[in-house]
Design a protein around this ligand. Structure first.
Ligand code: NAP
Length: 244
């Protein structure tokens, strides 16, 4: 059974809503200490208010798409504040819907920044031996099934998530000798507090078991972060119910 102790600290980005919120709450419930990062302080505090062990939840308000070059140093500053990390769940992201005709350099860069460049540079910070516990450190990155089967208008989104999957495989090979693991989760549709009902209604017929919930992603993330998954690295896990 997956469980953690409070001296196991995990960074959870995107902890203010949706999947990241679900991951933060489950890791905390399973005993871990969570450092939850997002821009919206109110929503971060609302997440903490739901935590089973709020004394083991710490909040950091931060725009991860700002000062991208400083992200590894930001992770080190968090380590100096809280102690060495057992890992990270990178759940922050944005889902722009843009046809090619509406896509330009800045739009591409904006999506790549939060969905691809920030997770890689945050991983660089966590993988730095000064900042982690060494063997057993584990990171999970929320990619998307769109990286494999992308829909119309998802060109920047799908590209950013495919890039993330590819880089995580490479980083995992680099760090396997250190027993530092990195895996991606590729969910299909997950119903969050932000999912528009019209969108759910338009897609639900393809989902024989209904949309997923943040807890479904959180359960897989917690397993991959735990010692139960100590022989799993460099993998891309599709999380789905036979929708494609
Ligand atoms: N929901 C789905 O169906 C689904 C399916 C496949 C993959 N995914 C992926 O899962 C991840 C989470 O999705 P979600 O549905 O949970 O979305 P969500 O509810 O919109 O959550 C996104 C999170 O990212 C944070 N965030 C966004 N931009 C940020 C920035 N610049 N700096 C810091 N934090 C930032 C947001 O917090 P603030 O706004 O407070 O900063 C929020 O906590 C995304 O990468 C998404 O692509 C979702």
């Amino acid at each position: 059974m997956v469980s953690f102790s409070s001296d196991q600290r995990f960074i959870v980005t995107g902890a203010s809503s949706g999947i990241g919120r679900g991951v933060a709450l489950l890791l905390n419930e399973l005993g871990a200490t969570v450092i939850g990062i997002a821009r919206n302080q109110k929503r971060l505090e609302a997440m903490k208010a739901k935590a089973k062990y709020p004394e083991h939840v710490f909040l950091e308000q931060k725009d991860l798409a700002e000062d991208m070059e400083g992200l590894p140093a930001y992770v080190k500053a968090l380590k100096d504040k809280y102690g060495k990390f057992s890992g990270m769940a990178y759940c922050a992201g944005s889902v722009p819907i843009q046809p090619l005709a509406a896509t330009d350099y800045n739009a591409l860069l904006e999506t790549l920044n939060i969905n691809y460049i920030a997770p890689v540079l945050a991983a660089k910070g966590v993988a730095d031996k000064r900042n982690n516990i060494g063997a057993g450190t584990s990171m999970v990155f929320i990619s998307s099934a769109s990286s494999l089967i992308s829909d119309k208008g998802h060109l920047t989104y799908a590209g950013s998530k495919a890039a993330l999957c590819a880089s995580v495989r490479s980083m995992a090979k680099e760090y396997a000798k250190n027993r530092i693991r990195m895996n991606c989760i590729l969910p299909t549709n997950i119903k969050t507090e932000k999912s528009p009902q019209e969108y759910i209604d338009s897609q639900i017929a393809s989902y024989p078991m209904g949309f997923g919930e943040p807890i479904d992603v959180a359960n897989l993330a917690a397993f991959l972060l735990s010692s139960e998954a100590s022989w799993i690295t460099g993998q891309n896990y599709i999380l789905d119910c036979a929708s494609f």
